[in-house]
Design a binder for this molecule. Structure first.
Ligand SMILES: [Fe+2]
Length: 389
């Protein structure tokens, strides 16, 4: 099998790199930009810091500070209307995946007629909208998880159909500054890091494996296993913050080729249904999915376990390999205080009501093993039971 890899978005990585945003905007000819973030980024003081860097460079700003999680279509349309009315010539997104996705959507709508719903990507179809005259778009992540600075697209909630949709939008430059994550609460650190961990593991076990992806993924898994518990215990540990930020960027690079499978296929549905943070939703069946796919790709699951620091006996069969990897991931969930899924759905029955929707809307195309409704019921049941006190 051939392996190809290319990075669609340039990335600037390093502690203190966000200070260069003003200079970067000037370099790209921006005179007035919309800066997009949420209330958490504002209250952490990060928005004001970034705004100062931009204004100090002589670039004007308009602020949209009402970013919603899993950004609804109306919110992207609202932010774009503000940007258009203010005549901006560039976009800056500051925050987690939702802020970066909102910024990407606004960038699409600065050169394509609203609403964003016109530009949902459809399998096998070319990108909707004109992507040749986009305004400069800069994204500055403040969490170590989505890796949205690397991916050439965004996600949006279609509020009419209650589904998560995607659109295409490349980024001019992702500025990845680990210093911005120092104030992140432990629960957010854990949830976002687990999103990154899912990206890596899904890349490794994918039925379309890629040697470049595996290289990024295995390094990212090692970094997350080492640094996540440290960062959750001491949020000011700079070495751990740098390790996690590097891991999340590499995790997103790893998934560019093979694409996500079981954990994300399940997670995007239950996340919308039960209003779960993306990282918690996609991790809901991560240990169970790893155990499930070990039958098809035992060597890949062995690699995951070993990157997480486990010694897997040479003679171990797929069941033992899956058990070792699943147990290690559950331990990491416990050690990092990842929010439990039973806090989002009160009963098992409520949780399992997601199964028909999962089977109707997800194709598990990149899973290394065929997936039936019974398999998903089994994974969700075991995951929910494990979350109970
Ligand atoms: Fe994700």
């Amino acid at each position: 099998m051939f392996s190809t890899w290319s990075s669609p978005n340039p990335v600037l990585f390093g502690s203190g790199s966000s200070k260069s945003i003003g200079e970067q905007l000037v370099k790209h000819g921006c005179k007035k930009v919309i800066v997009i973030y949420d209330k958490g980024v504002k209250s952490a003081g990060i928005a004001d810091r970034v705004l100062k860097y931009i204004r100090d460079a002589g670039v004007g700003t308009v602020c949209y500070e009402d970013v919603r999680s899993d950004p609804p279509d109306w919110s992207i349309n609202e932010a774009a209307a503000l940007a258009i009315s203010q005549g901006v010539d560039g976009v800056v997104g500051v925050g987690g995946g939702s802020s970066m996705d909102t910024a990407k959507g606004v960038d699409v709508l600065l050169s394509n007629a609203p609403p964003i719903n016109r530009y949902f990507a459809r399998p096998g179809m070319p990108p909707a909208g004109d992507l040749t005259s986009l305004k400069p778009l800069f994204v500055i992540p403040t969490t170590s998880g989505t890796g949205s600075e690397v991916t050439p697209g965004g996600a949006v909630t279609d509020t009419q159909h209650n589904t998560k949709e995607n659109f295409v939008c490349p980024v001019t430059l992702g500025i990845v500054d680990p210093e911005l994550t120092l104030s992140l609460p432990a629960a957010v650190t854990a949830a976002t890091a687990f999103d990154a961990l899912c990206h890596t593991i899904e890349a490794v076990v994918s039925n379309e494996p890629n040697k470049f992806s595996e290289l990024f993924a295995s390094q990212a898994i090692t970094l997350i296993g080492k640094y996540l518990p440290i960062a959750c215990g001491d949020g000011n540990n700079m070495e751990a913050r740098e390790g996690l930020m590097l891991a999340s960027t590499m995790a997103s690079m790893s998934i560019l080729g093979p694409y996500c499978n079981i954990p994300h296929d399940v997670g995007v549905v239950i996340g919308v249904l039960f209003h779960m943070p993306h990282g918690v939703a996609v991790s809901a069946v991560l240990p169970e999915a790893v155990e499930f796919v070990a039958q098809a790709v035992p060597d890949k699951v062995r690699l995951v376990a070993e990157c997480l620091g486990e010694n897997v006996p040479e003679e171990a069969g797929f069941e033992e390999i899956g058990r070792i990897a699943g147990r290690r991931i559950r331990k990491l969930m416990e050690d990092s205080g990842l929010p439990k899924i039973n806090t989002f759905a009160e009963t098992m029955e409520e949780f399992l009501s997601a199964v028909p929707i999962i089977m109707d809307t997800q194709n598990f195309h990149f899973s290394p093993r065929p997936v039936t409704a019974g398999d998903i019921i089994d994974m969700l049941t075991r995951a929910y039971s494990a979350s109970l006190p």
